[in-house]
Design a protein around this ligand. Structure first.
Ligand code: DAH
Length: 337
């Protein structure tokens, strides 16, 4: 019996040594150490041995043989694993000497390109570019935008609060801005109407990254405040922007919607030359409460606002399957744009 066990062990070890791929090691693992393996079979036969001493010795031998085969499998797996890694590293290696003497110029990231083109188009339409801080107060991000404490719409913004308490104040009122809309408020407080601004910028939400979400992303906000501004100006601006940015074959439409900071509110879609629609962003007539928060008399002035995601727009425009690809900085992805 002991001889059979040793023979089975040696045969198993030889097979493990001869394995050439990780897949064959896995297959051997099942075959050699599984219930139907030769060693398992021998183990089953222990009961047929006559004396207790024989059983003990043979039992020990089987266990040792199985341990030895197990160790050999692990070792082989590690060897083949590092060889596979070496092969991959070699295959993906970039020969830097190829670039010596032939410097290639980099280019702006897809998001930066979209951001800058958006600015160009809106500046061409008579807008100015405005900015606001990425770390905002609760008041600018929510309250002044007609979302008081406890407003249900706040729940849709997965807000990241900052652990900061202003002197004499309490924490929980400073946050990473969840949208670019607070720049509306800052602009109104800074300048008198007429106002024609766009505000591109980075925004933050407590979202788990997936194919369509990133916790850090980019939006562009638009705000117009002037005398006798109507929804027709809003629709016309969106349409002019769509044609200037995407091309003359594209058009736009507004769909009724709800936002606390606009009344009436709409979502706007753009239509590809092939007739299909893409949802782009939100817009509407600036709510009187928002104008008041910005120190502007809603009896004298009216305005419209809009906002949409820059990365999302770039993803749609270039048919990128996964928004995360935009931020992993794989040169093979970046080079395509
Ligand atoms: N701030 C909104 C968001 O992040 C987008 C938006 C909707 C902006 C309507 C606007 C607007 O200016 O009028 O979901």
């Amino acid at each position: 019996m002991i001889d059979d066990i040793r023979a089975a062990r040696d045969a198993a070890l030889a097979q493990v040594d001869a394995a050439e791929s990780l897949e064959s090691v896995t297959a051997l693992d099942t075959r050699l150490l599984g219930k139907k393996g030769q060693l398992a079979n021998l183990k089953k036969q222990l009961g047929t041995l006559a004396s207790i001493n024989e059983k003990k010795a043979a039992g020990q031998a089987v266990n040792e043989a199985m341990d030895a085969v197990g160790v050999a499998l692990d070792t082989r797996r590690a060897v083949l694993g590092s060889a596979a890694l070496d092969a991959r590293v070699l295959a993906e290696r970039i020969d830097l000497t190829e670039h010596v003497g032939r410097p290639t110029r980099g280019h702006a990231h897809l998001v930066t390109q979209a951001w800058e083109r958006l600015e160009d188009v809106f500046v061409g339409l008579g807008f100015r570019v405005a900015e606001g801080p990425e770390v905002e107060t609760d008041w600018h991000n929510f309250e002044a935008l007609n979302m008081g404490e406890g407003h249900p719409a706040r729940g849709e913004f997965d807000t990241l609060f900052v652990d900061y308490a202003p002197e004499g104040g309490e924490s929980g009122h400073t946050l990473l801005r969840t949208h670019t809309s607070p720049v509306q408020i800052r602009t109104m407080l800074e300048q008198d109407p007429p106002i024609y601004i766009v505000a591109p910028g980075r925004v933050f939400r407590r979202d788990t990254p997936d194919a369509t979400h990133m916790p850090v992303f980019h939006q562009i906000e638009g705000l117009v405040v002037d005398r006798n501004i109507t929804m027709a100006h809003l629709a016309g601006t969106i349409e002019a922007f769509t044609k200037a940015f995407f091309g003359s074959g594209w058009s736009s439409r507004l769909r009724p919607s709800y936002f606390p900071f606009t009344e009436p509110s709409a979502e706007f879609d753009i239509q590809r030359p092939d007739g299909s629609w893409l949802e782009l962003g939100g817009c509407g007539m600036v709510h009187p409460n928002v104008l008041r928060a910005g120190g502007i008399d809603p009896e004298q002035w009216s305005g419209f606002a809009f906002g949409f995601g820059i990365d999302r727009m770039a993803v749609m425009r270039h048919q990128v399957g996964d928004i995360r690809d935009m931020f992993t900085n794989d040169i093979r992805f970046l080079e395509q744009f």
